[in-house]
Design a binder for this molecule. Structure first.
Ligand SMILES: Cc1cc2nc3c(=O)[nH]c(=O)nc-3n(C[C@H](O)[C@H](O)[C@H](O)COP(=O)(O)OP(=O)(O)OC[C@H]3O[C@@H](n4cnc5c(N)ncnc54)[C@H](O)[C@@H]3O)c2cc1C
Length: 629
């Protein structure tokens, strides 16, 4: 049925393809919202014609994934809720990123007492942000929300914060590789349901792929629609490039689409990325009419998302403690947890413990007694990928768009002018670009280990790319040699910048990783695992982190009311065999104070860099611990 729809969509789209309007980059790209937008926010600009506009929240609730997410949320207040005070558990959660906070939120809904211990002075982990000396916000990463984020959308509804999402026009914007300064769009027509809207969007765009190339691209994707998740999971052993070649997809689709998609999804190139990641994303977007519609948060993430989560936890009797790094998980002779030892020397004793730390940090904290257990040895197969997030303030307005742009540059992934996309960062006179610099090391498929380069080298290379993306706007500036080719028309000069290095971000979704993602249920009684890398059907993302925290809360809640544990996910035979011969050592532990030490990102100084080079040289030398394809 779906396939028939898709073919019909293709035919429809072919007919409609003559009406494509590829926009000129320097004209505003707003279509009128399909229904009157009473919440429209207009921040008119003096020196730019770009107007920030919120589009109405799409109907994200009418999908099976949303209904499932909502039912699960409700279960914490009904079937999983404690009915007897003796069932109430004190749960110590290590890590106050989205996963730890989500876990605590749902445990508090079920009547438990969660206490989140966050190492840093700010919540959020990879969605944390802080202010510089001028009061400007520096974010760990440019974060985009999608309509196909059912657990995030449902949690926003529960917390009453949906109005903090600034929905953008349902469109994807790509820079044209061969036409510097020009962009092209994929437009999703309002009112046309999935999968027609997706098929139409692809077919209506006449700038990126030819009609025969589009037709050649569709057949390899049809099994995804017929067989669904089993087909998607089965492709995990193949990289995107291998999948394309195996199924005869045109090579140009790699250049035109997959490079941009792979860098946006996992900060790596398609020859490194598992095809399962691309198919998972496509599957969600193809099946949900508003799945690909994007939203920006209206301000900094700690205040606008983490704080309402914390307030909810506290209101329900839980606690969130910052500046509380867990130094050691102290075990009994039988391997069960005796207590957590904080760096301050405080001992934390609880009924249940949850790790919501990133995978690279969990590995450093593994108690000696757990190290020979196959469940924990799986973690050796997972490793955070490096990425760099840049903020660049210009002395005037660039003629940007009120949306996310896929740069399609060899150095950059996506970027946005936050001065026109985000209310808190709005500025009528100056542009602030936030850019994701990827792939940024050989680990991620790049040629250069940018993680080990200076901020000035990174910014100069980026200025060169921006000069190409904005050929008539970026000024020739002696300070940045890469702009030396710019002509006299370019006037925009860089006022200031910030380089945030995240040497270990989301787990590298290289081929074959899904089978090693651990279940939330662990072999240690009273110990559960959360974090975006744990096994859940969404990728390493805000949605994945939120769902993983919720799944961990479900494990704890079930146990508390006497239900059996969900089974531990199957572990690969080679992991079981290798674990038997593993020689356990004292845990490596975490050195240093900074965000990077705890799996986040920061603008790092020389002293911190030296410490990190010593404690985790792979981060700086670009050496993978997990063999890359
Ligand atoms: C540059 C960048 C851009 C991104 N863009 C997007 C996007 O557009 N859309 C999207 O959906 N996702 C995006 N992501 C991914 C998303 O941010 C993550 O998947 C998600 O935030 C991970 O949440 P988490 O809670 O699993 O882990 P984390 O956010 O890493 O949280 C772990 C927490 O544990 C704490 N911790 C670690 N060790 C200890 C310890 N010993 N004691 C106490 N606390 C400890 C850390 O300080 C941290 O707060 C992006 C990520 C980056 C880096």
């Amino acid at each position: 049925m779906i396939v028939r729809n898709f073919v019909l969509a293709a035919a429809l789209a072919a007919a409609a393809s003559t009406c494509t309007v590829a926009f000129q980059p320097h004209t505003p790209v707003f279509s009128k919202p399909s229904v009157p937008d009473r919440r429209a926010h207009q921040s008119s600009t003096r020196s730019s014609s770009i107007v920030m506009r919120d589009f109405p929240k799409p109907n994200v609730e009418d999908t099976d994934n949303y209904r499932y997410a909502e039912a699960m949320s409700k279960s914490f207040k009904t079937t999983l809720r404690v009915t007897d005070p003796s069932q109430k558990k004190r749960v110590a959660i290590i890590g106050g990123g989205l996963s730890g906070l989500s876990c605590a939120k749902y445990l508090s809904d079920a009547g438990h007492e969660p206490i989140v211990y966050e190492a840093r002075d700010v919540l959020g982990g990879k969605v944390s942000a802080w202010q510089d000396e001028d009061g400007d916000w520096i974010e760990t990463g440019l974060h985009i929300f999608f309509g196909a984020y059912p657990n995030v959308m449902n949690m926003f509804a529960e917390l009453g914060i949906h109005d903090r999402l600034q929905w953008k026009i349902h469109q994807m914007i790509f820079a044209m590789q061969e036409l510097p300064g020009e962009f092209t769009t994929f437009d999703f027509i309002p009112g046309i349901p999935a999968p027609f809207n997706f098929g139409l969007a692809i077919l209506m765009n006449q700038k990126m792929l030819t009609f025969p190339e589009k037709l050649q691209t569709a057949p390899p994707l049809i099994p995804m629609l017929i067989e669904g998740q089993p087909f998607i999971d089965a492709q995990d052993e193949l990289s995107v490039t291998q999948f394309m070649r195996k199924y005869g997809m045109p090579e140009r689709i790699n250049e035109e689409v997959f490079i941009a998609m792979a860098k946006a999804l996992d900060f790596i190139d398609p020859d490194k990325l598992s095809m399962t990641v691309v198919l998972t994303a496509m599957n969600r977007f193809l099946n949900e009419s508003n799945g690909l519609q994007m939203a920006f948060l209206d301000g900094n993430q700690p205040d606008r998302v983490c704080k309402p989560m914390m307030d909810h936890i506290v209101k329900n009797g839980g606690k969130v403690v910052t500046n509380a790094p867990v130094k050691e998980i102290v075990t009994n002779d039988d391997g069960t947890i005796n207590h957590l030892l904080l760096r301050s020397g405080e001992k934390v004793v609880a009924d249940e413990y949850v790790s919501a730390m990133p995978v690279d940090i969990v590995k450093r904290m593994l108690p000696t007694k757990w190290q020979t257990m196959p469940y924990f040895r799986q973690l050796d197969e997972l490793e955070g990928i490096p990425v760099i997030n840049l903020h660049m303030w210009f002395d005037r307005k660039l003629k940007a768009v009120d949306h996310l742009c896929f740069s399609r540059s060899p150095l950059l992934s996506v970027y946005a002018d936050m001065s026109v996309t985000c209310k808190e960062y709005a500025d009528p006179d100056k542009s602030m670009l936030e850019l994701v610099f990827a792939p940024c090391s050989p680990l991620a498929g790049g040629n250069v280990n940018w993680i080990g380069k200076t901020d000035e080298e990174i910014i100069d290379a980026t200025m060169g790319e921006l000069a190409r993306l904005f050929p008539t706007e970026i000024a020739n500036d002696d300070k940045w040699p890469a702009t030396s080719e710019q002509g006299p028309r370019g006037q925009a000069k860089l006022l200031k910048y910030s380089v945030v290095k995240v040497p270990r971000s989301v787990y590298a979704a290289i081929p074959g990783r899904n089978k090693y993602r651990p279940s939330q249920t662990t072999p240690i009684p009273g110990f559960t695992m959360a974090g975006d890398f744990t096994s859940q059907k969404f990728l390493g993302s805000m949605e994945g982190a939120t769902l993983a925290g919720k799944l961990a809360a479900e494990v704890v809640s079930n146990r508390a009311i006497g239900n059996p544990d969900k089974p531990i996910k199957e572990i690969q035979a080679h992991i079981i065999n290798a674990a038997a011969n593993f020689v356990a050592k004292d845990p490596v532990g975490i050195k240093g104070e900074g965000a990077i030490a705890f799996g986040g990102g920061y603008t790092i100084g020389k002293k911190e860099e030296a410490l990190l080079r010593e404690s985790d040289p792979a981060q700086y030398e670009g050496v993978a611990e997990v063999a890359m394809v």
